[in-house]
Design a protein around this ligand. Structure first.
Ligand SMILES: [Zn+2]
Length: 141
């Protein structure tokens, strides 16, 4: 990464060269500065996209799963949790639930969450029954 003070020095040098009637040298140096600038520009662009990438990873909403009661964080490689739904929805904080024999407990808001078997996931067991045809209110004569 280029140091900013180098640029400051070079800009001063360009001024001095112009002052000394050395326009050609000044132009050459300006070209160097321009190249440095373009380099910094693309580096900056790359850093911005990296920051965006990190921000996306940190975006919890994207990797948070709601099992109908509690939140889990699922970031592909591992699943952590569960976390209290009440605390997260209210305060935006992730409070890890304490596991009890038949339920999960939140230390913060003291809510209890009954344990549900893992196989039960909301919505998935609903059979896709055939849609009933609409009732004929007016029959054509
Ligand atoms: Zn809570």
């Amino acid at each position: 990464m280029k140091n900013n003070s180098i640029h400051a020095t070079n800009f001063r040098k360009v001024l001095e060269l112009f002052r000394d009637d050395r326009a050609q040298d000044a132009a050459r140096l300006l070209k160097v500065i321009q190249e440095d600038y373009l380099e910094l520009y693309s580096e900056n662009k790359e850093l911005r996209s990296q920051i965006k990438e990190v921000a996306d990873i940190l975006n919890l909403a994207e990797c948070m799963d709601f099992d109908g009661q509690k939140y889990w964080i699922n970031d592909d490689s591992e699943v952590t949790g569960p976390y209290c739904q009440v605390c997260y929805d209210k305060e935006g904080v992730l409070i890890r639930l304490q596991e009890r024999e038949k339920h999960w407990e939140c230390y913060s808001c003291e809510n209890l969450f009954a344990k549900i078997p893992k196989a039960v996931t909301l919505g998935k067991n609903v059979p896709k029954g055939k849609m009933k045809p609409p009732l004929k209110l007016f029959s054509a004569k």
